[in-house]
Design a protein. Structure first.
Length: 143
């Protein structure tokens, strides 16, 4: 018997999105909106929780906030890319601010908050359709 509770997915055949944000309202809104669009969703309140979740169930894509306690989105992205089991999974980073240019964060796409949901959905679909991320990430930015 597992220690973790069973998760009932609204869309059992949908692609799995891991949403990482320290704001409960953001996690709730994204979960509702993504599930409505046919995705399965797991949520984490910081990067450390996200890594624990990904070790149990590998997502198809990650959508992470930048500024969070415990482990921020930049640290999560660096750890994600350093893990051979996770590095090919697309990673979207979002922030109300702009990361410092000297920070070499290997995300696939950066969005400046607030993000129009349709734009985010289009990018998620594009990255999933493109398949595994490449070793040299193009750092696509949407501001």
């Amino acid at each position: 018997m597992s220690d973790s509770p069973a998760i009932m997915d609204a869309n059992p055949d949908g692609k799995l999105i891991l949403v990482v944000d320290d704001e409960f309202d953001v996690l709730s809104a994204y979960t509702m909106l993504f599930e409505y669009r046919g995705y399965r969703v797991r949520t984490a309140g910081n990067g450390a929780e996200a890594l624990e979740l990904a070790a149990r169930e590998r997502p198809d894509i990650v959508v992470s906030d930048y500024m969070m306690p415990v482990m921020d989105g930049a640290q999560l992205c660096l750890r994600w890319r350093a893990d051979p089991a996770l590095r090919a999974i697309p990673f979207i980073l979002a922030s109300a601010g702009i990361p410092r240019k000297e920070e070499m964060i290997p995300y696939d796409t950066f969005f400046r908050k607030p993000i129009r949901f349709e734009v985010l959905l289009d990018e998620i679909a594009r990255l999933i359709a493109a398949g595994p991320s490449q070793e040299n990430h193009a750092n696509h930015e949407n501001t």
